[in-house]
Design a protein around this ligand. Structure first.
Ligand code: GLU
Length: 288
């Protein structure tokens, strides 16, 4: 009998995959296999200006090359707008969210305090509790989730252990629907993770996890288990992003790296054996 484990691999098709994606997606696949469960492939393609069909194709092809297998056809967030809209209605009816004309730039300008991630939305800018209750559509403005003041959100991470974030200290009211009328990342992911039993992703999303736990609760969903993978950096200690410093998967393939050697080389970064062949000695490292 198959286990009830259901994971997901969730690339954003705005570019080609790099070694950081490989590490995370391989871990997600491996954990689903170890649990005797399944994993789905979900394309996080809500940003129509930046996502491209060619990157979807390339991701599918690269993941197959690595030997990652998923259940069924890929799921596209861009095709699920109605589901996100239904969640927006539930949050509106429950009084969890409010319309907000302030832009991210306004929020950034409101504080001089250095903050690791996003600057905190000043709670004094919140409207009254009834704001937005009668709105028929989210169109025309940002919508924010009202975080419970001072709430400690604690969770167990399968990789990192006990994690804690505090609402209004580590993060403030966050956008769940963008004013260009597109659901925000936090909402879409939580809606899509409703059936997922374990979320495996990069450690850059730990604070997002705290936000997402609040959203899962507000929507009355089961909260999944969490497993955050270490981020891979280039030789200078910078996180891999668009400039992948030779650590893009397409570049590595062109150099002759084979999937098995690449995965061994990745394991060597986290203390395993050295990789082999053309993959040996990648100029990658873990954050200091
Ligand atoms: N789509 C996101 C990324 O490519 C991952 C988000 C998530 O796993 O929740 O970084």
């Amino acid at each position: 009998m198959k286990s009830s484990y259901l994971g997901r691999i969730a690339p954003t098709p705005t570019g080609h995959l790099h070694l950081g994606h490989v590490a995370t997606f391989w871990t997600a696949f491996r954990r689903s296999r170890e649990a005797g469960g399944r994993v789905i492939l979900r394309m996080e393609d809500l940003d129509a200006r930046r996502c491209r069909a060619e990157f979807v194709q390339a991701a599918v092809e690269d993941l197959r090359w690595l030997g990652i297998e998923w259940e069924g056809e890929p799921v596209f967030q861009s095709a699920r707008r109605d589901v996100y809209l239904a969640a927006w209605r539930r949050l509106r009816d429950g009084g969890w969210i409010y319309p907000c004309k302030r832009s991210r730039r306004d929020v950034a300008a409101s504080t001089t305090a250095p903050h690791e991630e996003e600057p905190l939305f000043p709670p004094e800018w919140r409207p009254g509790p009834e704001s937005g209750r009668t709105a028929e559509s989210p169109e025309g403005t940002n919508w924010r989730f009202r975080v419970p003041d001072g709430r400690r959100i604690r969770f167990h991470d399968g990789n990192l252990g006990a994690i804690e974030r505090i609402a209004l200290r580590d993060f403030g009211d966050f956008v769940i629907w963008n004013r260009d009328n597109v659901p925000a990342y936090e909402l879409a992911v939580v809606v899509d993770d409703a059936q997922i039993t374990e979320v495996v992703r990069g450690a850059d999303l730990l604070t997002s996890t705290a936000r997402q736990i609040l959203l899962h609760e507000a929507l009355g969903q089961n909260v999944p288990q969490w497993f955050h993978c270490p981020l891979i950096c280039d030789a200078d200690g910078r996180r891999l992003a668009k400039r992948t410093a030779g650590l893009g998967l397409r570049e590595l393939r062109a150099r002759g790296c084979q999937p098995g050697d690449l995965l061994k080389e990745l394991a060597s970064l986290t203390g395993g054996r050295d990789g082999g062949g053309a993959c040996r000695g990648l100029r990658a490292r873990l954050p200091a």
